[in-house]
Design a protein around this ligand. Structure first.
Ligand SMILES: Nc1ncnc2c1ncn2[C@@H]1O[C@H](COP(=O)(O)OP(=O)(O)OP(=O)(O)O)[C@@H](O)[C@H]1O
Ligand SMILES: [Mg+2]
Length: 154
């Protein structure tokens, strides 16, 4: 567990995007407004994805090519109605060799989770609305990502 301000989160996310090698799944957890999309966008930035990454809220899944020949695949499952929607999205085909798959609200996918993945959980702190806690958990054997920066002196 670590604490981050937005600029540090963006800096670390950009570094993740720069160093990440697909295929990899990164799941972003945490309540509404906790910073999942901020982190997703900074990973895209680090991958060199052009332009603003839209919120996939109404599309559930958006794919962007990176100049290195990777795909940035961004899902937001908040509005997923059930497992049927997952199949419609092509969930079981995700994780191709060239894909960096970033999933907000992965809890909505229920039991259909890949074995190898990072789960990153963001949350608010009571004392300061510009700070988030961040917890990085590794499941199975996903591609490496850079370590979190040193803890903030709050
Ligand atoms: N330390 C911080 N880290 C990340 N975001 C922060 C931080 N402090 C303030 N913010 C603000 O919090 C908001 C986070 O919004 P964001 O859309 O990333 O949330 P989200 O987790 O994706 O929410 P949703 O579940 O609705 O998709 C932004 O407006 C951002 O500017
Ligand atoms: Mg979001």
């Amino acid at each position: 567990m670590n604490h981050m301000r937005e600029n540090e989160l963006i800096q670390w996310g950009t570094q993740v995007g720069t160093e990440i090698r697909p295929p990899v799944f990164i799941f972003l957890k945490g309540p509404l407004g906790s910073g999942k999309s901020v982190l997703a966008r900074s990973i895209a930035l680090g991958m060199g994805v052009e332009g603003a990454v839209a919120s996939p809220t109404f599309n559930l899944l958006l794919t962007y090519p990176s100049p290195r020949g990777f795909q940035f695949v961004h899902l937001d499952l908040y509005r997923l109605n059930g497992p049927e929607d997952l199949w419609e999205l092509g969930w079981e085909e995700l994780g191709d060799r060239d894909q960096v798959v970033i999933v907000e609200w992965p809890e909505r996918a229920g039991v259909f989770l890949p074995d190898d993945r990072w789960e990153i959980e963001l949350d608010f702190v009571e004392e300061d609305e510009s700070v988030r806690t961040i917890l990085v958990e590794k499941y199975g054997d996903p591609a490496t990502i850079p370590d979190l920066p040193n803890e903030l002196n709050l």
